[in-house]
Design a binder for this molecule. Structure first.
Ligand code: ATP
Length: 355
């Protein structure tokens, strides 16, 4: 039985706040997403002290949600704002500032392309990093913004770990890896301390990453979104003039089902969908060369045809793609044959005026 947002909010309303009331009545829950059995949300405390006091409430919420039938995983991020114990060098995570006049352009950036997926684990981050590197290899000035707050994986995939600097305390200097200018929400967090994400709201953080990072002049900024259809996607589409979104899916029916939800969201938000990509399409055995279709094959192309959307290509499931990502050098940055499908994807976007 699938769990829904109302059930989750019902459980959270039963988790008390040490100062009285509960997590819902105190309006602390942000960015709730319920995708299949995966529940993700942010508890936004007013101060680091409140965040610390809320530790037991967070544990209680996690335990109660895990016990709900249909819940397979619970991911909670605690954020805190207000006066920090130690002044952070980078004040990432301010409240979003009101904005008039609908989605805005970011000066110096010609195109912004969001890479999205309905479901986690289908390879969205792998596609985002490899596409960014492939576009850079084709001579484009490329930025990569990792906006996956729940599992920022671009620092690892691109092989960067230094904390970005902010010489003037306002502008954040991005990092450069494999010819790509990059920034990740993961680089602003300390690995083992969720609460040190001082500064508050998720949406403010996203706005800052887009607006305060010194991206310089870019032909294209690739944004690696969190999976699903939550607040980050909404904020990005509503506040920023996106050129469009690329939706990544595996050919499996369950992944496609979720991909349809993402497509539906972009339709409602009037964000153009540039096309669909089938990841983990074909598996070639490194030993015997046998070709197998572990997650099926052709489902995404068929879906694209059904919806009259461009099909941007198939990417093979290959051990070397994962190993390359894990090692911090995306396969597209190498001269190996497996770089070719990613370069072909970049070429398609460039040919369509999107790269
Ligand atoms: N084509 C591929 N061949 C082999 N491994 C792949 C491929 N695509 C992705 N992977 C591996 O699958 C795992 C999940 O991929 P990735 O992190 O890119 O997915 P994701 O959709 O961004 O997931 P999430 O949004 O949940 O973080 C990673 O270990 C990655 O290396």
């Amino acid at each position: 039985m699938a769990v829904d947002r109302d059930q989750v909010m019902g459980v959270l309303a039963g988790v008390g706040h040490p100062g009285g009331g509960d997590l819902v009545s105190r309006d602390l829950i942000r960015a709730l997403s319920v995708e299949g059995g995966v529940v993700r949300f942010v508890i936004e405390a007013a101060t680091p002290d409140e965040a610390r006091a809320l530790g037991p409430a967070q544990a209680e919420a996690e335990a109660k949600l895990r016990a709900l039938p249909g819940v397979t995983s619970v991911q909670v991020v605690m954020t805190a704002h207000g006066p920090a114990a130690k002044a952070p060098t980078l004040k990432i995570g301010q409240h979003p500032t009101p904005q008039q006049g609908g989605p805005q352009r970011i000066s110096g950036i010609d195109r912004i392309i969001a890479v999205a997926s309905g479901k986690g684990g289908v390879g969205k981050s792998t596609v985002a990093s490899n596409l960014a590197v492939a576009l850079a290899r084709r001579g484009r000035k490329v930025g990569l913004l990792d906006a996956d707050i729940y599992g920022p994986s671009q620092p690892k995939m691109m092989g960067v770990s230094q904390r970005p600097s902010s010489p003037d305390g306002k502008t954040i200097e991005p990092l450069v890896a494999h010819g790509v200018t990059m920034m990740s929400i993961g680089l602003m967090l300390k690995e083992d301390e969720a609460v040190v994400w001082r500064g508050p709201m998720l949406m403010g953080a996203l706005q800052q990453l887009l607006g305060q990072v010194a991206w310089g002049k870019l032909d294209v900024l690739i944004v690696d979104l969190p999976p699903g259809t939550g607040d980050v996607q909404l904020t990005l589409c509503q506040r920023t003039q996106l050129t469009g979104a690329i939706v990544v899916s595996t050919p499996q029916d369950v992944a496609l089902l979720d991909a349809r939800k993402a497509l539906d969201m972009f339709g409602k938000l009037k964000t153009p969908v540039l096309g669909l990509v089938e990841n983990m399409s074909t598996y070639i055995c490194p030993n015997c060369g046998h070709e197998a279709h572990i997650f099926g094959h052709g489902g995404v192309a068929a879906e694209a045809a059904r919806l009259d959307l461009p099909f941007l290509g198939e990417l093979p499931l290959a051990l070397d793609v994962r190993l390359a990502g894990d090692s911090g050098t995306p396969i597209a940055a190498t001269d190996r044959p497996l770089a070719a499908p990613y370069l072909a994807l970049a070429d398609r976007l460039i040919a369509g005026g999107m790269g």
